[in-house]
Design a protein around this ligand. Structure first.
Ligand code: AHR
Length: 516
């Protein structure tokens, strides 16, 4: 624990308990009206063949001096296991629509070298293919989300890939999988037909895509017990046309529709804003922009509700996170950015939004797992560091598979600056699989702490215990020189003599606690 973290902890321990402060935000949790289960896959990750996300970051090959298992880095895999990664989406992204699965099976030295046209024009060795990907998810104890190639592929190619992965027959393709080292079918939890069909996936209209999807889905045959959930590639940002058209047209042929939304500080793709060294105006614009996720989900859900009021279809936010200008001196096609306290706050705000929509949002994948965009881990040769976003995922582990609970916030003022405003406190509550009640609190205000008075009708709260993530500066981040500049510290608070409990949430902080 560094001196700043020690100071924060001491402050919390001193000020946490006691009677309701006069100007406290009031958080009421209705434990009597449980909502939907928060699918563990809401905490999914995205690993694309992009920059050093897979090669170097995760995969070093079995002959590397960097300790590895079947080519996957032991340090990185170990750290990812600690945050219980439930699901990994692969191989893209835009990359998926130029990926031909046959390039990635069989003897590695004989695999064709291709050009990664989307991401930096670098060589793609195809060293990581289907079997290697499943080695990774098996090591992580995660499920697999495979994204098919609609852009430059065909119904036949996708159909054969699904057969190769899932068939238990004696077909030539199933036997080829056996010959390549995997006797039993792979478990493919989700299979998507294309990616961003409105853009890098082929610049299609929603109607045209939906016709193509119907054709492809018809031929995605898999034994019942191995059949993946089939996902239709949906819209992004403000565009709800895709959710409207696809929920109407594909209702009987899909398990859900994807949606992408990236948080950009300036809101402009040309100059997005820096990952570090930003001022308060870009702190708040980032938080305000990320909170648009709420409206996006509401609008897409409303569009889907018209055609699917039974909520059979999921809205899968299979790409989200911050997107900044790349770090100076790095390949612009590699999308490498630093990750600060601001990113952890962004992650927590999104988690709280996803929990509130757990009935429709049943899977999400942050972009991306290692070294790319809002990553969990940054590597440099044989070294790795954990980012503040990693710690947000770690703190929220109890919410995986938990049952969401309705909350209401009263007297929650807006924090405003630079023409933007966001609610000061964001919160979420759920009954964990272990039976405990978990509460997450985010203070968006970088300038002052906030008192949050806990009110749980029918329950006397004695104390809360968990973890706190904060730091002295808005852009505090870990580096290889200072890898522990920001990490969670233990946090607890006890009720006052009046039996009431107020949590003092430090400025710019994330707290996750169990209620006792
Ligand atoms: O995550 C990076 C890229 O962003 C993905 O490849 C693409 O789907 C999206 O535009």
């Amino acid at each position: 624990m560094n001196p700043i973290q020690r100071g924060v902890l001491a402050l919390c321990m001193m000020t946490a308990g006691g009677a309701f402060a006069a100007d406290a935000v009031s958080l009421t949790i209705d434990t009597g009206k449980p909502g939907a289960v928060i699918n563990k896959d809401v905490y999914g990750q995205f690993a694309e063949h992009l920059g050093t996300g897979i090669y170097e970051g995760l995969w070093v090959g079995p002959k590397s001096k960097i300790p590895n298992t079947k080519g996957w880095r032991n340090d990185v895999v170990g750290a990812l296991k600690d945050i219980h990664v439930p699901l990994v989406r692969w191989p893209g992204g835009c990359f998926a629509d130029e990926y031909h699965w046959r390039d990635g099976i069989g003897a590695r030295e004989k695999r064709p070298v291709k050009v990664n046209t989307n991401w930096g024009g670098v060589d793609e060795s195809n060293a990581v293919g289907t079997h290697e990907f499943f080695d990774l998810v098996e090591m992580l104890g995660a499920d697999a989300y495979v994204n098919g190639n609609l852009g430059t592929g065909s119904a036949q190619e996708m159909s054969e890939w699904v057969e190769y992965m899932t068939s238990d027959s004696k077909s030539t393709l199933a036997n080829m999988r056996r010959k390549n080292g995997h006797d039993k079918p792979f478990k493919v939890a989700y299979f998507a037909v294309g990616n961003e069909a409105w853009g890098c996936g082929g610049n299609m209209s929603a109607q045209y895509y939906s016709d193509l999807y119907k054709q492809v889905e018809t031929f995605l045959r898999a034994p019942k017990q191995y059949r993946p959930k089939i996902i239709a590639s949906g819209g992004n940002d403000n565009d709800i046309t895709w959710s409207e058209v696809l929920s109407k047209e594909l209702k009987k042929q899909t398990d859900g529709i994807s949606f992408h939304y990236y948080t950009i500080p300036t809101g402009k793709w040309e100059v997005k804003g820096a990952s570090t060294g930003f001022q308060e105006n870009e702190w708040i614009s980032t938080l305000s922009n990320t909170m648009r996720m709420e409206t996006h989900i509401q609008k897409n859900t409303a569009a889907m509700d018209k055609n699917d009021p039974e909520k059979k279809l999921g809205l899968f936010v299979d790409e989200w996170g911050t997107w900044y200008d790349v770090e100076k001196g790095t390949n612009p096609g590699f999308l490498f950015q630093q990750n600060t306290l601001r990113d952890a706050v962004v992650a927590a705000l999104n988690f709280n939004i996803f929990h509130a929509h757990a009935d429709r949002v049943r899977m999400t994948n942050i972009a991306q797992m290692v070294n790319v965009l809002q990553s969990m881990i940054i590597t440099d040769k044989d070294k790795m560091l954990l980012t503040p976003t990693y710690y947000a995922y770690q703190m929220y582990v109890p919410f995986q598979g938990a049952t969401s609970l309705p909350i209401s916030l009263k007297d929650n003022p807006d924090y405003s600056a630079g023409g933007f405003r966001v609610p000061e406190i964001s919160a979420s509550a759920a009954r964990g699989a272990d039976g405990k009640l978990y509460v997450a609190l985010v203070n968006t205000n970088p300038n002052k702490p906030a008192d949050v008075a806990l009110n749980i009708p029918g329950q006397t709260v004695k104390s809360v215990k968990g973890n706190l993530l904060t730091a002295s500066a808005m852009d505090t981040h870990n580096t290889f020189q200072s890898p522990n500049a920001i990490k969670p510290v233990a946090f607890s608070a006890a009720a006052g003599a009046d039996g009431k409990l107020t949590v003092k949430v430090p400025a710019k902080a994330v707290i996750v606690v169990a209620v006792e």
